[in-house]
Design a protein around this ligand. Structure first.
Ligand SMILES: [Zn+2]
Length: 242
């Protein structure tokens, strides 16, 4: 029995290693997804600024065109002023020209305001674009590293799985089945060491009689509390010759 328990204990070590690797391996796609999400957020910000810049430039072009047309109209009105016959009409047209000029000055002010805003957005945007470019490189680097890590993990894990298969071959199938079932039911730990009469998995003290039975190392003994296969940690020397 001792030799089988030794093999099971060694198999448990491999199983724990595989479990740990699987956990770590599963984290990699999550980390990649969260990196992608962060990057996308910044990308969206840059896109929003670009859209705003385009909107401002369009507005500026429209206002400049309007202003040009209005200035033209004023010029034409001024050219016709001398053709006016009555004083009353003359005064009315002059007044009209004056208010049109005033309106145009307001338009110029508005255009200047837009130009200032454009400059501001442009400055901000080019800073953000530069940042994003640096981030893109860093992001790509991290993703590559994670993918590389995932690949080497897969390889290493395949090696461990092969080792598990080799170890399993040397264990009687009924014992192995029991171990597998316990592994599933007991959070990945099926075999528990006993040290100083205490089950190291659930920390229960074994009854003295059971402890003595265990030390004989002839029968399969389960922990009365956690049902795991018990394994006498100090039993190696005593096991010689059995
Ligand atoms: Zn136990």
């Amino acid at each position: 029995m001792r030799v089988h328990l030794e093999r099971l204990a060694a198999l448990q070590v491999v199983d724990l290693k595989i479990q740990e690797m699987e956990r770590e391996r599963e984290e990699i796609p999550q980390r990649i997804a969260s990196l992608e999400e962060d990057f996308k957020k910044e990308e969206v910000e840059v896109l929003a600024q670009r859209t705003e810049l385009e909107k401002l430039q369009k507005e500026r072009r429209q206002k400049e065109k309007d202003l040009e047309e209005e200035v033209d109209r004023v010029k034409k009105a001024e050219a016709r002023v001398f053709e006016i016959k009555t004083n009353k009409e003359y005064q009315a047209v002059l007044k009209e020209i004056e208010s049109a000029k005033k309106l145009n000055r307001q338009r110029e002010e508005e255009i200047l305001g837009i130009l200032e805003r454009i400059e501001e957005v442009q400055k901000n945007l080019s800073k953000k674009e530069k940042n994003l470019e640096a981030k893109r490189k860093e992001f790509q680097k991290q993703i590559n590293e994670l993918q590389k890590k995932a690949a080497s993990f897969d390889q290493e894990m395949a090696g461990e799985v092969r080792e598990r298969q080799e170890r399993e071959k040397k264990i009687p199938s009924d014992l192995l089945n029991k171990y597998r079932r316990l592994l599933e039911k007991r959070q990945g730990i099926a075999i528990a060491k006993v040290q100083n009469g205490v089950c190291q998995a659930c920390h229960m003290n074994l009854r003295p009689q059971l402890h003595i039975e265990l030390q004989k190392q002839v029968a399969l003994i389960l922990c009365p509390n956690c049902s795991r296969i018990l394994f006498w940690a100090n039993g190696l020397d005593k096991a010689k010759g059995t």
